[in-house]
Design a protein around this ligand. Structure first.
Ligand code: ZN
Ligand code: ZN
Length: 283
């Protein structure tokens, strides 16, 4: 368990059959786990917060879960990485194409305001060109790599079907329901920070890892999300249900649904902005 993981993590409720046998094994290949994957792609951290010189004081803000701020130090911070749940070869060479596909994707969304202006629509072919089907598969495997690391860090054994998927077999990421969405309050926050505070740092998000309970109260899976700026990738992992689901796997064109998180509405960011409401406002 990562030292920065929520102590109330309901690990003890994970069914015994879903628990990983040993803590020091790579969840993908079973080799010795000696490598730490970044929770956020390094390029996202650099792209979002600027490379080279880190922000003044060396602190950037990552919010985990619901408005619980967490502070991390620079792009190599331990808090930006998973514990050792992969081997070096899986984390690097085996998944290099997946990492690159995600980098291209996140860069495209961050740099193309048109996506937002067009109502949160994009085409994979605009991101990747004519080989978009291949690169979409790689992108989804980056998502699964991220999810696999989150499962492994809380002691959940990644199912064989997901490992087969990582190895290029099958399609549509079994066991997972993955949804792309646009968090409008985060979009508004980014625009406010830029317009009012002159900060274009952007933001990175990592949700709490929650246990999903079935109707009878027994654990059925887990869920969380990650993202940057307004982009959110929510995922639900089912212990038993193998069919994969998503809202971005059916065609070249993707329409990203938008939402205001719990109780937030347009204009709220100005009212709750810490910097605007700070007593010790910077001159
Ligand atoms: Zn491995
Ligand atoms: Zn403000």
């Amino acid at each position: 368990m990562a030292p920065d993981e929520d102590a109330s993590d309901p690990q003890s409720l994970i069914p015994v059959s879903m628990r990983s046998a040993s803590a020091d094994r790579c969840w993908w290949c079973g080799g010795f786990a000696d490598s730490r994957e970044h929770r956020h792609k390094r390029s996202d951290v650099v792209g979002t917060f600027g490379g080279g010189r880190w922000t003044d004081g060396g602190v950037v803000r990552v919010v985990s879960g619901r408005n619980r701020p967490d502070y991390i130090q620079g792009p190599n911070s331990g808090k930006l990485k998973f514990p050792k749940v992969l081997c070096t070869s899986c984390n690097n060479s085996s998944s290099q194409a997946f990492d690159l596909a995600y980098e291209a994707f996140s860069q495209y969304l961050r740099e193309n305001a048109r996506v937002v202006d067009d109502g949160f629509r994009f085409k994979f072919s605009d991101v990747y060109g004519s080989d978009w089907r291949i690169h979409r598969e790689e992108l989804v495997r980056y998502f699964v790599k991220h999810v696999g690391c989150r499962l492994a860090e809380v002691g959940i054994a990644v199912p064989d079907a997901l490992i087969d998927f990582m190895n290029g077999k099958g399609r549509r990421a079994p066991h997972l329901n993955m949804q792309m969405s646009a968090n409008l309050s985060k979009l508004e926050m980014g625009r406010h920070m830029s317009r009012v505070h002159g900060s274009n740092e952007g933001s990175l998000w990592l949700g709490d890892h929650e246990l999903l309970l079935g109707r009878d109260g027994s654990p059925g899976g887990t869920q969380s999300f990650f993202g940057f700026d307004w982009f959110t990738l929510s995922w639900g992992f089912s212990f038993t249900w193998r069919r994969g689901q998503s809202n971005f796997y059916h065609s070249d064109k993707v329409e990203i649904p938008q939402f205001w998180p719990g109780g937030m509405a347009a204009g709220d960011v100005e009212r709750v902005c810490v910097d605007c409401n700070s007593i010790e406002k910077k001159a």
